[in-house]
Design a protein around this ligand. Structure first.
Ligand code: SF4
Length: 339
């Protein structure tokens, strides 16, 4: 490993940073948003685009070549195409992607692509309008037809050439696991990568329980019943942990992300930067390092990098959510971390 490559406590190289550009969202997904009143950060507490660019530029020469923009919902933050443009021009950044709930994707896709975005992940947990509305619990009751906007966004993302276009489905037993077949059907004509994500305990909103987890092996078994030709084809493009399968004759592919039944911490390659400038070395560890005072306090790039290296030496070897009895694995909800 070249000496200057950023590694963590276990010598795992850090290749990938997930940056939450806002904690705000136009949805309130029941397993993500806090159960209590959602109090968003003040504008002054949120990293500016210039500050995000600076952190990304500090890390890129040390191997962190993949940047994912997340939220809350990143597309609710104004002029995000400007940030994407700067990151796309930042030397050393090779992969630039975004995770969105898709509601605003149709109207932004072309500008994002032209700014330099390469690919997009769309979080979508139901193809049934009423169930979609229930799961997403949208605060804006006037927006009757959010599912339609997401499906339009998926179309437009493919049309403008963002690739691959991935669909992230959090499978929850008894809530949406009866839609596995419908999501698989999306891969017949659509050049989509549909990924089934095991339901993780995130934050204290009490929506998670172990019985709602549908292990990937069970999902594969269900798909094999109707598609016995389902074949394993390897890893998904990008820095993510998804294991890909393909049904002969289908344009798209099917991925499985298994943080509960078969975690991938031994090969973890990521860190997270929250919207308020906290470095989170592990999704499930509440040990965070506040970079904001350094960034706004005149620290040099070397000092900021040194602080990040120190934080990585404290990175846990993995999560403990697979252990029986694990309930809420961390204090922050997903909407504050960016997933
Ligand atoms: S739980 Fe932590 S160590 Fe494991 S893959 Fe996620 S971020 Fe990495």
């Amino acid at each position: 490993m070249p000496g200057n490559i950023l590694t963590d406590s276990k010598g795992r190289p850090v290749r990938y940073i997930r940056v939450s550009v806002t904690d705000r969202c136009n949805l309130r997904c029941r397993y993500c948003a806090p159960s209590a009143e959602f109090v968003s950060l003040l504008h002054s507490q949120v990293l500016s685009y210039e500050e995000i660019e600076r952190v990304a530029a500090i890390l890129a020469p040390f191997g962190v070549t993949s940047v994912r923009l997340t939220g809350g919902e990143p597309l609710v933050r104004k002029h995000i195409d400007r940030l994407i443009g700067s990151l796309a021009r930042t030397s050393g950044i090779e992969d630039l992607s975004l995770t969105t709930n898709g509601i605003l994707l149709a109207e932004h896709a072309r500008a994002l692509k032209e700014a330099g975005l390469l690919r997009v992940n769309v979080s979508l947990d139901s193809l049934k309008p009423d169930r979609f509305r229930w799961i997403t619990n949208s605060p804006d009751k006037r927006r009757k037809e959010n599912l339609g906007s997401v499906l339009e966004g998926l179309e437009e993302a493919q049309r403008v050439g963002l690739a691959p276009v991935k669909v992230n489905v959090v499978l929850m037993r008894g809530l949406n696991d009866d839609e596995v077949g419908d999501f698989v059907d999306l891969t017949r004509e659509g050049n989509l990568e549909v990924r089934f994500i095991e339901f993780m305990p995130m934050g204290p909103n009490g929506f998670w329980n172990r019985d709602r987890v549908v292990p990937a092996d069970e999902v594969i078994g269900r798909i094999m019943k109707s598609h016995p030709g389902l074949e394993h084809v390897g890893k998904s493009k990008g820095s993510g942990p998804a294991v890909l399968h393909r049904i002969p004759g289908h344009r798209g592919s099917i991925g499985f992300i298994t943080p509960v039944s078969s975690h991938f911490c031994a090969h973890c390659n990521r860190v997270r930067l929250t919207a308020d400038g906290k470095l989170r070395t592990c999704l499930f560890s509440d040990t965070e390092t506040d970079l904001l005072p350094l960034i706004r306090g005149g620290a040099s790039d070397e000092q900021i990098l040194g602080t990040i290296r120190q934080a990585l030496l404290q990175k846990p070897d993995g999560h403990r959510i697979s252990a029986r009895g694990a309930l809420a694995a961390c204090a922050r909800t997903m909407s504050h971390i960016g997933g």
